[in-house]
Design a protein around this ligand. Structure first.
Ligand SMILES: Nc1nc2c(c(=O)[nH]1)N[C@H]1C(S)=C(S)[C@@H](COP(=O)(O)O)O[C@H]1N2
Ligand SMILES: [Mo]
Length: 368
């Protein structure tokens, strides 16, 4: 059990364990493991490395059972990638939506080490008709008994990804996070890392990989973690996949006081799905006058981008700070809440309200 009093983490639910990072304490590009959010639907399974095996089954030439040592003996890959829970920011929905009321801390950026999924699949040999790869966790339980969306008895946490993504450079089966062995609550001994995709695809405690010849329609794929798309007029269910573009302000925090006439460093992070962030813009005028922020440290394929913006509040009063990101595919964060996203993908601009005050009136503890 992690330390529930760890500074930087907020307990959203004790059992199963759900912990939110305090985005306001953002400092390093990599989120420390002990400050990384935890999102679990069931209690963490107790897995013992000696008995644990990864099974590869379904539309493969040879079904396999691999030990952790066998996976560790394969060529390792390290990938820095941001993982955002699709429910991050749900608390900002109006009217409120059912589900854990995440603020802006169900997101983190880590360096993941493991083997490429495609190398494991190559060992088994994927058959021609394969369309998706289902990854199944060792945790299971009953969801919402009595509700219409209840699961038909116990279900494991499982999701699929299309073959093209499974065979890309972007998907790892990871056993280490920020060079530390994977902690139990982050999926020990093995979890999926799916660069550019929302967290629900990053299966923890993976124990089975099933190659399938028809799209998988499991509980977490079709009854949860989906959105509606209206390509043919009628809304059709589409499982969530790629993260949508988003920038968040870490500091100042909502409600902070900042000194008038002095430079203040607005600081945050931005990320997107498959296309890297090209620009982050700030508006401090409440008039959508967008000005570029400075992107810090180099771009990586799937890591988030820290950014800063120097702001000198011109006069005392209330200000609404807004940030938005733009990616190389031209995606821009929306101004307003979007329909058809269930209770997910809350990536519209949420202003941070601050007060600029004469420096002498500033109480030091309010300066963050
Ligand atoms: N087996 C399993 N994998 C899982 C989950 C889960 O409940 N069980 N939750 C998913 C969701 S919704 C998210 S956002 C991420 C969270 O990963 P973390 O707890 O390491 O931050 O794990 C995903 N993988
Ligand atoms: Mo999630």
């Amino acid at each position: 059990m992690p330390n529930l009093h760890q500074p930087g983490l907020v307990v959203r639910q004790k059992s199963p364990l759900n912990l939110e990072s305090q985005f306001a304490v953002l400092s390093d590009w990599l989120t420390p493991c002990d400050q990384f959010f935890v999102r679990s639907h069931f209690s963490a399974p107790e897995l013992n490395e000696a008995e644990w095996r990864l099974r590869i089954e379904g539309a493969v030439k040879t079904a396999l059972r691999l030990r952790l040592e066998e996976l560790k003996a394969m060529p390792p890959t390290t990938l820095a990638a941001v993982m955002e829970c699709a429910g991050n920011g749900r608390v900002f929905y109006e009217p409120a939506k059912e589900g854990l009321q995440w603020q802006n801390g169900a997101v983190g950026n880590a360096s993941w080490t493991g083997v490429r999924l495609r190398d494991v699949l190559a060992k088994a040999g994927v058959k021609d008709g394969a369309v998706e790869v289902v990854m199944i966790g060792a945790d299971r339980g009953v969801v919402d008994s009595g509700k219409k969306t209840a699961s038909p008895g116990p279900v494991a946490f499982a999701r699929s990804i299309p073959m093209r993504k499974a065979m890309s450079d972007d998907v790892l089966l990871a056993y280490a996070m920020n060079d530390e062995p994977l902690a139990v609550h982050h999926g020990y001994p093995l979890r999926a890392v799916v660069g550019g995709w929302y967290g629900m695809a990053w299966i923890k405690w993976v124990q089975e990989i099933r190659v399938v010849e028809r799209p998988f329609l499991g509980y977490w794929q079709a009854r949860d973690y989906f959105r509606w798309e209206r390509t043919f007029g009628e809304p059709a269910l589409v499982p969530l996949s790629e993260m949508e573009i988003k920038a968040q302000i870490a500091r100042p925090v909502h409600g902070a006081s900042v000194p008038v006439g002095r430079p203040y460093r607005i600081f945050g992070a931005a990320w997107s799905g498959e296309a890297p962030v090209k620009e982050v813009q700030l508006d401090t005028t409440d008039g959508m006058k967008w000005r570029p922020a400075t992107l810090l440290e180099p771009e990586t394929r799937f890591g988030w981008r820290l950014w800063e913006y120097e702001w000198i509040p011109p006069q005392p009063g209330r200000y609404y700070l807004r940030c938005r990101a733009i990616d190389t595919a031209g995606n821009v964060q929306p101004d307003m809440q979007q329909p058809d996203r269930e209770s997910y993908v809350a990536n519209w601009i949420v202003p941070t309200e601050v007060r600029a005050v004469v420096a002498e009136d500033l109480e030091p503890e309010f300066v963050i």
